[in-house]
Design a protein around this ligand. Structure first.
Ligand SMILES: *Cc1c(COP(=O)(O)O)cnc(C)c1O
Length: 344
């Protein structure tokens, strides 16, 4: 409340001290680099692709299992979408499938690797494939605030990453908010122009492709309050995840790759009886969910001719159990008991 009051009293609601403060604090949290606050995670993707000069006849690779936001953003940036299958165990972008796609398709400029559910992608392998083909590898860390890949914070593995601070994310604002992180000052400078009509100086649009996508002061102020709590919240998520993993016998629990810290944005199990299990949970008042009910190519807006067997299997089998830092021991034990009662 104090943070909100501070904004109200400042009389400045867009691109003021709170926004700058958050950008600096988030960059420091990530261990350096430059953070540009924008209005949404979807905008962050669009703006980064624009800043990288990805043109309309060029393509961006996306994992077939991902929130629709990523595909909508690539479309808005004007680029083509090329989909790629995911790994069987982690459900993140599969380096082998990616190598095949990059061999076969023309005009691919970038790969957007999503750290799905908060679990890091196989970064080293993906990087190797992308380097061999000369394409940008960028991270979508919108579900992975606080996740770690081999001692390095996710979101700083490459030269740029995108973030959403949608309220339910591990780090969430009071409404829509997003950011782009980059290690390159020139790219950060360009993003600052693009988020505000392409302005280089006030009222002077010299950078083409600018839009209006700014981080509001009130959201930035709230993010500054919540950032110091991220580590503690993620610890709680991790503890809840181990409780689930130890207790649940009738599902495949999420895999955690060696050397990785999972942010457990979602706790996603797999089961061949997913639909019946979901019904059972809902009947008992458990707010379980499915991320995602359809792969991107199975949605009319992003349909393509190819099939992606792992993503297709995942959408039939994935089940997200309640997971948030305020979930009590009693509440998770109740969910576990209801899961144990499930009869196929
Ligand atoms: C939430 C999310 C987005 C979209 O973010 P918005 O802030 O809702 O626009 C993009 N990518 C991933 C992986 C997300 O989880």
């Amino acid at each position: 409340m104090l943070a909100v009051q501070r904004v109200l009293q400042s009389g400045r609601f867009i691109l003021g001290e709170e926004g700058q403060g958050f950008e600096a604090e988030y960059a420091a949290h990530l261990g350096g680099g430059h953070v540009t606050g924008v209005a949404t995670g979807t905008d962050a993707i669009e703006l980064l692709l624009r800043a990288l000069d990805i043109r309309s006849n060029q393509a961006v690779v996306l994992p077939a299992l991902a929130p629709s936001a990523v595909a909508a953003a690539v479309r808005r940036a004007g680029a083509r979408i090329v989909l790629c299958d995911v790994e069987e165990d982690t459900l993140t972008l599969c380096p082998r499938a990616l190598a095949e796609q990059l061999k076969g398709a023309d005009g691919i400029r970038a790969v957007l690797a999503v750290h799905l559910y908060g679990h890091p992608c196989d970064w080293t392998a993906l990087e190797e494939v992308c380097e061999a083909h000369g394409v940008f590898l960028i991270e979508d860390a919108s579900q992975a605030h606080g996740a770690v890949w081999r001692q390095k914070k996710v979101g700083t593995l490459g030269k740029a990453s995108v973030w959403s601070f949608y309220p339910t994310k591990n780090l969430g604002a009071l409404g829509d908010a997003g950011a782009i992180w980059t290690s390159e000052p020139a790219l950060a400078e360009k993003l600052r122009c693009l988020r505000e009509y392409g302005w280089v100086k006030r009222q002077i649009s010299d950078v083409p492709g600018g839009i209006n996508s700014r981080l509001d002061e009130i959201h930035a102020a709230m993010l500054r309050v919540k950032l110091p709590e991220l580590a503690r919240h993620n610890e709680r998520r991790k503890k809840l995840a181990s409780k689930y993993t130890e207790a649940l016998q009738n599902v495949r629990p999420p895999v955690v790759r060696e050397g990785c810290v999972h942010a457990f944005h979602q706790f996603v199990v797999c089961s061949g009886q997913r639909d019946a299990m979901l019904q059972h949970l809902r009947r008992h008042g458990v707010p379980a969910a499915v991320h995602y009910p359809a792969a991107l190519h199975q949605q009319a807006a992003f349909a393509c001719e190819e099939t992606f067997p792992m993503a297709e299997r995942a959408v039939r089998e994935v089940l997200s159990l309640p997971m948030h830092p305020y979930l009590s021991d009693a509440a998770i034990e109740a969910v576990i008991r209801i899961m144990e009662d499930f009869q196929a």
